[in-house]
Ligand binder design. Structure first.
Ligand code: ADP
Length: 501
């Protein structure tokens, strides 16, 4: 920055303004007196006088001009100082201050610019500091994300990849450099069983646009580069800030080893169950024949023993069948063979099948016929009946003598909902939460002689979900009965095919 003169304007301006006014005033007075005396001047002195007036005029004019230029310069110089100072500050020298001495308007302007420069300087120092803090934190976060054992992928609003950590690289076989800015869905595929999950499902938008949508699915198949497969748990969450969408964060947990171990356990359990099935069938068969042939010879005590053997065999047989079903469900091998069926008739029939069992406990079992016609549904008849049978058996089992069980149907939102309401032992909210989990049994009072194994509702739920339906339970609390409800979808109308001729 060139060395700039200081501003010291006010006294000079006052002095020279005075001079500017005094000189012309004096000159005009002299001229005027001369002109007034012109007539009294002798002819011979007239020419000399005119020359004197002219000379005085020229001297005056020169003096005024010189003073005018000087004043102009004195005014422009401080403005130039300010301009140069402002240019110097705006070129990045925020610590530079414009020299000011006077307290006039120009001096005050310079002071204001200096104050502004000082504030700017403070802000810049602060923001530089904040930037460093943010950068350090960002580096720490990036380090943490890259060393996390779960795959972390972030996407922008267009579903293009913006971050891809080391674990994600390992899981998918792609490097971060290769995938940045590309669409995740074109590189990595997630599927459940045979069904591929579209990007729009795991990166969905909240319809209202107010909350962040999230998606969570366990035991999915991930197919990466060159068909590299892994079993993963997927969690995807929409990122929002102050109401605007920023993209998605996807976390992928590799559970391949656990699922392999689980598969081995399942293989072992289903093999053992299969091996148990054959001797059990023999035991049941021979027991039935033995009882039939010797019924008359048995004492009441022997009959009681045989009853107990028969119940235990049935229990064991039910457990074996349930274990085989669970193994199939877990492997994704539990398939349905659907056809159009009259669900209303099936419900009526199944309720009828349970009448005797209900009567033995003096439970009133009723079916309320719907007042509307239920369309035919696409169901696996055997599996769908198993759903209702499981729920009905439980309702009768977990309802005290003299209670009631009512079954009715409802048509709602393209679903047929079947409700089974009992006046039984009821459920606490905590029990309701775990009811459909594998091997979950509520400890306590068990009605009847049949002991359960905690697999019935798990299988029931799987069957309903395979039909694309839902199952839920409501209870007002212990001792207040429960209502089990499940829905099956109405058949979708065939898409209309248009031909253009
Ligand atoms: P289980 O073979 O033990 O009946 P389920 O999976 O069918 O297995 O049921 C799990 C548990 O849910 C049961 O042990 C029972 O405690 C509870 N439960 C099922 N149905 C009812 C019901 N209608 N009322 C009260 N509790 C029930």
């Amino acid at each position: 920055m060139p060395k700039l003169p200081t501003l010291n304007l006010t006294p000079k301006v006052i002095i020279f303004t005075l001079i500017i006014f005094i000189i012309p005033f004096l000159s005009i007075t002299i001229f005027w007196s001369m002109i007034l005396n012109l007539k009294t001047y002798p002819e011979s002195h007239l020419q000399q006088l005119i020359l004197q007036i002219l000379a005085l005029f020229l001297i005056n004019f020169g003096l005024v001009l010189a003073l005018f230029i000087w004043i102009l310069k004195s005014l422009i110089q401080p403005i130039k100082i300010i301009r140069l100072g402002v240019e110097h500050i705006s070129s990045g020298h925020y610590d530079y201050r414009i020299p000011t001495i006077t307290n006039d308007d120009i001096g005050k302007t310079a002071t204001a610019i200096n104050t502004m420069a000082a504030t700017l300087y403070d802000l810049i120092v602060k923001s530089e500091h904040n930037k460093n803090v943010i950068l350090t934190e960002r580096n720490k976060l990036a380090l943490a994300i890259s060393s996390i054992s779960e795959g972390i992928i972030t996407l922008d609003n267009n579903l293009n990849i913006t971050l891809f950590n080391k674990a994600a690289e390992y899981l998918t076989g792609y490097s971060q450099a290769e995938v940045l800015g590309k669409r995740l869905g074109t590189l990595v595929h997630f599927s459940q069983g045979q069904i591929e999950i579209p990007e729009s499902e795991y990166c969905s938008k909240d319809p209202g646009g107010f909350t962040s949508s999230s998606y969570e699915k366990k035991a999915l198949k991930l197919v990466g580069r060159s068909g590299k497969e892994s079993t993963i748990n997927l969690l995807s969450k929409q990122i929002k800030q102050s109401g605007s969408d920023l993209g998605y964060i996807i976390s992928i947990q590799d559970v391949s080893k656990e699922s392999q171990l689980e598969a081995m356990k399942l293989d072992f359990v289903s093999m053992a169950a299969h091996e148990l099935r054959t001797p059990l069938t023999s035991i049941k068969g021979y027991l039935a024949v033995y009882r039939q042939e010797n019924e008359a010879k048995f004492t009441s005590e022997q009959k009681m023993f045989l009853d107990r053997i028969s119940i235990a065999t049935q229990q064991l047989s039910a457990l074996v069948e349930n274990i085989l079903s669970v193994a199939k469900i877990e492997r994704g091998a539990f398939s349905l063979s659907t056809q159009a069926v009259n669900w209303q008739d099936i419900v009526k029939q199944t309720v009828g099948d349970f009448t005797l069992r209900a009567k033995s406990k003096r439970i009133s079992l009723t079916f309320t016929d719907p007042i509307f016609e239920i369309p035919k549904l696409n169901l696996d008849k055997i599996r769908a009946t198993e759903v209702l049978s499981n729920i009905l058996a439980n309702s009768i089992n977990y309802t005290d003598v003299g209670g009631s069980v009512n079954v009715w149907m409802e048509l709602k939102d393209n679903f047929v909902i079947t409700h089974v309401k009992d006046t039984g032992i009821g459920l606490t909210p905590d029990q309701v939460q775990h009811l459909f989990s594998k091997f979950y049994r509520v400890l306590g009072k068990l009605e009847g002689t049949m002991k359960g194994n905690g697999l019935g509702l798990y299988i029931t739920k799987s069957i309903v979900e395979l039909h694309k339906g839902k199952i839920w339970v409501e209870s007002a609390g212990l001792g207040k009965g429960s209502t089990f409800s499940f829905s099956f979808p109405l058949p979708q109308p065939e898409p209309v095919v248009k031909y253009n001729f």
